[in-house]
Structure formats: structure tokens, C-alpha cells
Design a protein around this ligand. Structure first.
Ligand code: CS2
Ligand code: MN
Length: 362
């Protein structure tokens, strides 16, 4: 495995490449062209400039997260075809610059959803948190206003102020969307895009839905082992793969994460991993916590051991972190706690691999 870090680019991220370079054991970043709206073709020059910037800081560009999928593709409108063509061209342009991995998601309207962006934990740090009771009480139309006013200048992914009007419109468009229709639209997308990914030698890695259940009545697909299995069989190609996000799948206690890693890893279908811990307080009520196993509901040793046992060679990143040491910035994406996470996960990996070698000698 290769330990990496997400970086939003010099214009959009307070964390610098220089800082990232100084995290021990980290070799590269996962980045994106944050300002290009979903559906547009990414220009080769922009991709090349991003890559050059990262390489001149002594790091490598290990993959793109995300090339977002336009809502028309998820909705299956007549416009979808045009946006799918653009997506394919973006893949070709990425391949021209040597990119080998693309992460994306297929969640309608919203990316990850939380009810609190800065919940204070016992140790005084703050974190992203989710409580289904809060969601249930929300009239989505009002929530847009609240999020806009109370988030201290930050918005959730999918809640960008310029999208608030559009969100209302989108929710209406999705009003008759069912899981089966969404599966069909996903299949259409994959049947077009995966052959191009094959030609380009780009591994596609879908991110699980976060949380892995329906929110605001919108269907969600990438939620469980069974659905991951259905997904990889839609197009049976090694290029049609997964991002295993332990914190997304892991908030449903029915998802046995080490088992999921072993199962799909041994099929060669895991191309990317987000490894973080979550504490489930009650069903559908959780906090994101420090990476170390004892703080959460996930056993990080078992998770890293599963990646080791399936000989996972792709990039791993710590995903989100808490805000600690008075750091301020993009919720979930500060420097300090994610850096601690990367170092802890590297420590587990070193211990697991050395124990394995020791055991093989005896
Ligand atoms: C990420 C997702 O911050 C996160 O939780 O894991 O936003 C992820 O980048 C997208 O869902 C992938 O398209
Ligand atoms: Mn994730």
C-alpha cells in the first residue's frame, strides 16, 4: 500500500504541499481540479499543471478524487449522453498526463451528509457527526437556509451556496427516482465509461455512499457487501472497482469491514482506500473519531491486516480527521489529525508486515 493524503489544490486548501511532504511515510497526494464543474471536460494543461506542482514539491499525484458525475447522468435525462461523452474525454486527458486512478461517487444531489460539522468531543477537539433524529426533524428546504447561515462560512459537499437554489430543483427532479432506476442509470454510465478506462489504463474506484442509507428520501446504492457485489458485476472488468471507505460503510454495523476488504480485495477489485474510525452511539447516530481503534467502533488493526493479507498495493489515505490543536479550516480536512492518522496506520502496517516475516521464518 501507498500512504497518501487528500489535497484540494493551492487555491482551495490551507494545507500546503510542503506540510504534506513532511508527514513521515507519505509518498503522494490525491487531488482534483476543484473549480471545474461536474460535467465539463478537464483540460490537459490544467491536469499537467496540477501534476507538475505536486511533483515539484517532492510528491506524486496518486489519483484523482473526484471526477464528479453530472446529476443528469444519475437522473438519466436526455442530456446524460453528452455528459458521459465529456466524462470519457476527461479520462483520456487524465491518461495523457499519466493518471492511473479515478475516484467518484454516484450519490444523488449530496455527497457525504452530517448534521454537525464541529461537534465537541470529550478531549476538546471537534469533529463531524451524524444524528438521524436531527435529519428526521428537518424540512430539507429549511435546512438549506440553516446550513447556509450557521456553518461559519463552511458548507457541506453538495451544499455550496450557489447550488442551494439548484438543490430544490434537483430534489423535485429526483422525486420519482427509485433504487432500481438509479441502478439502471449507473449501469448505463459504466457500460460507456469502463471500456474507455480500460483503453486508458485508469482504474475506476466508486466511493461508497455516506452514510450508507437513504437520506431525505433519496435512494442510495453503494451501501453494503451485497450491493458492492451487484456493482462490480454490472460491468465485470478489473477497471470497474471500489474505493473502500471504512468510515462510510462502517457506520452500518451489518457491514463487516475486514471481511468486505478480504472478499473484494482477493478479487482484485479494490483500487483505493479511505481508512478512518467512527464511533456508533446508537443505530444511525455516530461521530468521526481519532483513528486509533480504542476510540471507535472499528478495529483498525483488523482492517489494516485485511489489506495486508490481500496484498493491497493501491493508495490509502486517512480520509477525515478531527480538528485538534486549535486548527481551523475545512471540516474533516485539517492537517494535524489526518497526519496522526497516516502515521498510526503506517505504524500498524509496519508491525503487521514484520510480524508476518517473523512468523514465516519460524
Ligand atoms: C470523501 C468523499 O470526504 C469524504 O468523505 O470520502 O467526499 C469522497 O471524496 C467522494 O464521495 C468521492 O467522490
Ligand atoms: Mn471516504
Amino acid at each position: 500500500m501507498k500512504m497518501t493524503f487528500r489535497w484540494y489544490g493551492s487555491k482551495h486548501d490551507k494545507v500546503t504541499l510542503k506540510q504534506i511532504r513532511q508527514i513521515p511515510g507519505l509518498i503522494g497526494v490525491i487531488s482534483t481540479l476543484y473549480d471545474i464543474p461536474a460535467g465539463e471536460v478537464w483540460p490537459v494543461e490544467r491536469i499537467r499543471a496540477l501534476k507538475d506542482e505536486i511533483e515539484s514539491a517532492g510528491l506524486t499525484l496518486e489519483g484523482i478524487e473526484s471526477v464528479n458525475v453530472h446529476e443528469d447522468i444519475k437522473l438519466g435525462t436526455p442530456e446524460a449522453e453528452k455528459y458521459i461523452e465529456n466524462y470519457k474525454q476527461t479520462l483520456r486527458n487524465l491518461a495523457e498526463c499519466g493518471v492511473k486512478l479515478v475516484c467518484y461517487n454516484f450519490m444523488p444531489v449530496f455527497d457525504w451528509t452530517r448534521t454537525d460539522l464541529a461537534k465537541i468531543l470529550e478531549d476538546g477537539s471537534n469533529t463531524l457527526s451524524y444524528d438521524e433524529d436531527v435529519i428526521r426533524k428537518i424540512d430539507p428546504a429549511k435546512m438549506f437556509e440553516e446550513v447556509n447561515n450557521n456553518s461559519n462560512g463552511y458548507v457541506l459537499p453538495g451544499w455550496e451556496p450557489e447550488r442551494l437554489g439548484e438543490i430544490k430543483r434537483l430534489l423535485e427532479l429526483y422525486s420519482d427516482m427509485t433504487e432500481e432506476k438509479l441502478w439502471k442509470n449507473l449501469e448505463n454510465f459504466l457500460k460507456e465509461v469502463i471500456p474507455v478506462a480500460e483503453e486508458c489504463d485508469i482504474k475506476m474506484a466508486i466511493h461508497p455512499d455516506d452514510p450508507p442509507w437513504s437520506v431525505f428520501g433519496l435512494p442510495r446504492l453503494i451501501t453494503s457487501k451485497e450491493n458492492l457485489e451487484r456493482f462490480i458485476n454490472l460491468v465485470d472488468s478489473p477497471y470497474n472497482g471500489l474505493t473502500i471507505c471504512t468510515g462510510s460503510l462502517g457506520v452500518d454495523p451489518n457491514n463487516n469491514i475486514p471481511e468486505i476488504i478480504r472478499y473484494f480485495g482477493s478479487k482484485g477489485r479494490i483500487h483505493f482506500a479511505h481508512v478512518r474510525n467512527v464511533k456508533i452511539h446508537e443505530p444511525r447516530k455516530f461521530d468521526e473519531v481519532a483513528h486509533k481503534s480504542e476510540y471507535g467502533s472499528l478495529d483498525m488493526f483488523e482492517i489494516m491486516k485485511a489489506f495486508y493479507d490481500v496484498k493491497f498495493e493501491g493508495p490509502i489515505r486517512p480520509d477525515h480527521g478531527r480538528m485538534i490543536w486549535d486548527e481551523e479550516g475545512r471540516p474533516g480536512y485539517g492537517l494535524y489529525d489526518r497526519a496522526l492518522g497516516a502515521v498510526y496506520l503506517n505504524g500498524l502496517w509496519e508491525a503487521i508486515s514484520k510480524m508476518d516475516k517473523l512468523n514465516n521464518k519460524n
